[in-house]
Design a protein around this ligand. Structure first.
Ligand SMILES: Cc1cc2nc3c(=O)[nH]c(=O)nc-3n(C[C@H](O)[C@H](O)[C@H](O)COP(=O)(O)OP(=O)(O)OC[C@H]3O[C@@H](n4cnc5c(N)ncnc54)[C@H](O)[C@@H]3O)c2cc1C
Length: 446
């Protein structure tokens, strides 16, 4: 049986451009699928799954192509490109929405904002709901609303047998549990998400301070100490960058988006920075500035310009502060040029009440992003993040799948019991292993 949708095969003209065109990370590839397929309907997806089975080939899936590790590009796979599944519908009365996996989080957010609604979408334009929601989803207003996948109330999936299923807490609950945390290891094609919406917060914007690198130790020590007390209305993060404010010297940008329901909550939220004991050392400080999503996205995107090659790796940690400072000193000593940067996200996980596969998080999240354009720089920066994370792996308790680098450095991304349970569900739902799993995984610890 031959599917009806457009397919470009390895031997066809334009094949390599079609595959590389799916990717945000422009790093040259050394693996190629057998074909790239563009379904338009659920029936097309089902046909493609059965077609892959008839060819005895594995399947990989792409929604927005923002996987740093190009997870969907696998040798000899049937690559299903879901870019046509880009429609959404908002039901303001029910405070719900449905969205295809290729809907950009920022696209949905912009529309919701106009209607005074909100969904915890990611921080950058281009990232699509497909990959973002499956791995967890670290969102605008995330400390308060939780992981974005906790606001997924159902999914529609085509399984390895070509069945089309609705999954939620009651129906096909095993798949629903798996889909909230499995990330690039999910074994089905999600063709629609059902989402819970929120009211748009009354106050939104950002407050910031910028420090020179000579204050590195004081800044990270302060951030470590204050972290647990920062109110949940704040997304407290710091970026070490070789070009602060896009054109100044290397330093640390402390950026705190705030989403508050009242003036009192806003004042309480901003106080940790307004009254910080190191604020006088900052060479640049802003008051709280009200910003719409357009400006917030512009700020976030300034660190992730298009058209670059990237090497990205990360860790969750609650290691002692002295060891984290030593780690950051070494990072600062060899920080590649912009847009490379290093994120410190104050996470402080809440008590989770959601039954889901997502299970690894910690007090602080650190992620290293090396970005470059010239081919000659690949030898210099191509494993910068990987090498540093290998050296300092003992400080970490696991990794986020959002910024995974599992093909270069397998590391713990789910709790052992969750990974075991996920493997069991995969065994029942995809016994032939039709779907590619993560492209690297550590052994399950006991
Ligand atoms: C510039 C940039 C900014 C980012 N910002 C954030 C952020 O603020 N918060 C955050 O949490 N993450 C962030 N990320 C990480 C991002 O969420 C993940 O890379 C996510 O996987 C991207 O989703 P995608 O659909 O665009 O990517 P894809 O590369 O298409 O998807 C990644 C993988 O997910 C699986 N997958 C995707 N769609 C489906 C589907 N429909 N059915 C089954 N499996 C599927 C596939 O295995 C695929 O290889 C960012 C990444 C980039 C590059």
């Amino acid at each position: 049986m031959k599917p009806d949708c457009r397919i470009i095969r390895r031997e066809d003209p334009g094949f390599r451009q079609a595959v590389t065109g799916t990717l945000f990370n422009k790093r040259p590839l050394d693996r190629w699928p057998a074909m790239i397929c563009y379904p338009r309907t659920v029936a097309d997806v089902r046909d493609l799954v059965l077609y892959a089975k008839s060819l005895e080939k594995k399947i990989s899936i792409c929604s927005g192509g923002h996987s740093w590790s190009a997870n969907h590009v696998r040798d000899d796979a049937v690559l299903i490109d879901l870019s046509n599944f880009n429609e959404y519908a908002i039901d303001a009365a029910k405070m719900t929405a449905t969205a295809g996996p290729a809907v950009g989080g920022s696209v949905l957010m912009t529309e919701l904002f106009k209607r005074e609604l909100f969904f915890p979408a990611g921080h950058c334009r281009g990232v699509c709901l497909g990959g973002y929601l499956l791995q967890g989803g670290f969102a605008w207003n995330g400390p308060k609303l939780g992981l974005a996948c906790e606001s997924v109330i159902g999914i529609d999936v085509v399984t390895a047998d070509g069945e089309y299923l609705h999954c939620d807490e009651r129906e096909n609950a095993d798949l629903f549990w798996a889909a909230r945390g499995a990330g690039p290891g999910f074994f089905g094609v999600v063709v629609r998400f059902h989402l819970k919406l929120y009211r748009r917060p009354k106050y939104y914007g950002m407050i910031g301070q910028v420090f020179r690198l000579k204050h590195l130790e004081e800044v990270y020590r302060w951030a470590y100490e204050i972290g647990p007390r920062v109110p949940r209305a704040v997304e407290f993060q710091m970026l070490m960058t070789p070009r602060t404010l896009k054109f100044l010297a290397p330093g640390i940008e402390v950026a705190a988006p705030i989403f508050a329901e009242s003036k009192a909550e806003l004042d309480e939220a901003r106080a940790f920075l307004d009254e910080s004991p190191i604020r006088h050392k900052a060479f640049f400080r802003t008051p709280f500035v009200r910003m719409g999503m357009k400006t917030l996205y512009r700020f976030a995107m300034s660190h992730y310009p298009a058209g670059h090659c990237w090497n990205v790796d990360n860790m969750w940690t609650s290691a002692p502060v002295d060891e984290l400072i030593e780690f950051h000193r070494e990072i600062a000593a060899a920080l590649p040029p912009a847009p490379s940067h290093v994120l410190w996200l104050n996470w402080q996980p809440p008590v989770r009440r959601t039954e889901m596969s997502f299970s690894v998080e910690d007090r602080i999240y650190i992620s290293l992003y090396a970005g470059w354009k010239a081919a000659a720089d690949t030898a210099r920066y191509g494993s910068w993040a990987t090498d540093l994370l290998k050296k300092y792996a003992h400080l970490g308790s696991g990794i986020q799948l959002a910024d995974e680098n599992l093909n270069n450095r397998p590391a713990r991304f789910l709790a052992a019991e969750n990974l075991r349970k996920l493997d069991e569900i995969r065994q029942t739902r995809d016994s032939a292993g039709r779907f590619h799993e993560w492209h690297g995984r550590p052994p399950i610890e006991d």
